[in-house]
Structure formats: structure tokens, C-alpha cells
Design a protein around this ligand. Sequence first.
Ligand code: XUL
Ligand code: CO
Length: 399
Amino acid sequence: MEEWLRFSVCYWHSFRGTGADPFGQATIKRNWDDGTETIENYKRRLEAAFEFFTKLGVKYWTFHDRDISPEGQTLEETNRNLDEMSDLALNLQRQTGVQLLWNTCNLFAHPRYSNGAATNPNAHVFAYAAAQVKKGLEIGQKLGAKNFVFWGGREGYSSLLNTDLNLEMSNMANFLRMALVYKKKIGFEGQLLIEPKPKEPTRHQYDYDAQTVMSFLRQFNLQNDFKLNIEPNHTTLAGHGYEHDVVMASTFGILGSIDANTGSPDLGWDTDQFPMDIRACTAVMLQVIRQGGVQPGGLNFDAKVRRESTNTKDLFIAHIAAMDSFARGLRNASKIVEDGIMARHLKERYISFESGFGLKICNGLTDLEECEEFIHQHGEPEMISGQQEHCEAIFNRYL
Ligand code: XUL
Ligand code: CO
């Protein structure tokens, strides 16, 4: 069970304390956090976080570079801060046995990235972002990160009138390729992950959803070196069902990790709520089982307690209840797989492709003329029910 449910706590949401939230949902002031941008405060916060991970019994954590360490006046000063803070993180990891599921660079909160990072119209900003990622990969390697995430928070546009789509997207591909080259150069073994999101904070983001990112990766021949970190709340923002991108990415063979949160279906924006819906957790775990797990990824709670949930206890309850939801989801899903009823239904629905003329179609061994000939011989196809309600009823029996 352990490795099927590799849980991770997102430092960003649970421990930045009073730090500014780019989405405007101010975080709650905690007693370990005096709200200052001093290294001392950052250290206190990180120590509190590791105490929390240990008390929860969670084995992994994740962070953005700027979550654990303040930005200085210059890149040199910023990187010195990061060195000092990541020394502490390394010590805390060693003391507690908690490992790093992934780290990432915050390429969206600083005003310099307002018009994008890798897709900024100014080459100077591109270079700044690249320098930041270089350091991020080094920190990932130092802390033994299992993965490294790219979420293009500002990689999109606000207006097509001032945007060169072709140039921006090809710059983004070059940016990712440079990261890949550097990762190999320094021998960092973490899996590179892209996290799709359709919008928010930008009007349109290039990493719209799993299918879009897959096409992008193939267009620029990066499909073998990147996988996806799917966040279901982003998936619903793209207008899909909760588990859609998990299934889509997995079908392409590139589901790498899951930012396991949820939104409020009646709202339609990124509320990063803890996942408590057993149906949704079951659907996700069903796909995770089908692909044999998500390692070296895991289930990261990129989620925050509600602004109204002000007790420290709420932080514990949120993480514990969300882990329980996925544990129940895993049990349900494993029963579904064991029973095989749903799998039999699926197989039955496509049975016509398993032999005869259907198999020929499947193998690309026929043409339009032969299909026409087939219809002349066999006439009108028989209507076969999709039995959707039947499938939904079976699925419900496992919840
Ligand atoms: C933003 C989001 C990020 C990424 C990492 O919506 O999900 O926290 O997970 O930058
Ligand atoms: Co996320």
C-alpha cells in the first residue's frame, strides 16, 4: 500500500505563512511565522514544516525555490540564500527521513515575469528565468529530488494583438530543452514534469491540458524526456471532468505525478481544496493501478485549508482526511480491478476490432475501397448500446 500511495505535502500552501499568495487568497498567520522576510523566519518556518511532516507520517514534500528562501537584491544574493536554506532542508531531510518528491522554480510571482518567463517577449527576462532554473536543478540534485516540475504560471497571453504565438512557444521549447541538457550535464536524475493548466493567472496558458502538452512535446521532440504532473482542479478549469487528464496523460504513457487537489464545481476557479470526494479519488486510483503506479511521482497535496479554517488542527485534519480519501479510493479501485466486471464491459464494447475485418482496420491494413466493399456485403451495422448507465451503476457499487 505504501508505494501506491506516495503522499507529499506542498510547502507552498501549508507553510509560507503570511507570504503573499499570487492568487490573492491570503494565507493564515501561524504562530511559527512572524511575517518577516528574514532568513531566521524562513528557517523557523521550514523547521515547523518538517515537524508537521513527521507528525503526519508523510514521507515526501515539495516546494518552489522562493517558498523556502527569500529573493535578494541580486541573483547572487538570492542564490546564497537558497544555498543556506537548502543546507537546512538537507539536514532536516536527513534527520527525519522525509524525501523531496519535487522542487520547482517560482517563475510567476515576481513582477519581472508579468509578461511570461520562458515566453517573455524580452530575451533578458528569458535569460533570468533560465538562470533561475539552472539553480533550481542544482538544488533539486542536492536534495535528491525525485522529480522537477515546470508549471508555466505566466506562459500564455493576455491579448493576441501583442503576442507572437509561434516565437513564444518555440522559445518555451528551447527553454525546456536547455533544462534537459543541463540536467543531464550535472547528472540530476529527477524526472522532468510539466504541469498543465488552461488559465489563471493568465487568460490563456500554452500548457492548456494533458492532450495539448502532449502535442507540444511531440512537435518539439521532447516527448521522451518530460512527463506530466496532473492537477485535477486545473483539469476541471479546462472544462473537463475531474479525472480526465489523469486518464488522458496515462493513456499517452506520460502520467508522472498528481497534484491531488480539487475545486468547487460550482465556482470554476483554482481553489486548491483538499480532495475529499471518494468517487473522484476512486476514479484517479483506478487509472494509477492500471498504469502500475506513478513512481517516481506521487500524490502531492497542492492544496490549502480554507481561509476560514484557522486552527492549526485544521491543517492536520485536512491532510489526514485527504490521505484517507485516497486510501479508500485505492481500496475501491483495487476491488474494481480484481472483480474485472468493468474491464470485461470495456473489452466487450470493442470486440469487433479483435478479429476479422475489424482487426484489419486496427492494423492499418485496409483502405476506403475495401470498406465500401465490406458495406456492400454486410449492409447496415447493428446498433450496440453504450450501456453508460449500467457502467455508472456498477461503478457506484464499489464506492
Ligand atoms: C498553481 C500550481 C502550482 C504548481 C507548481 O496552480 O498548481 O503550485 O503545482 O508551481
Ligand atoms: Co499544482
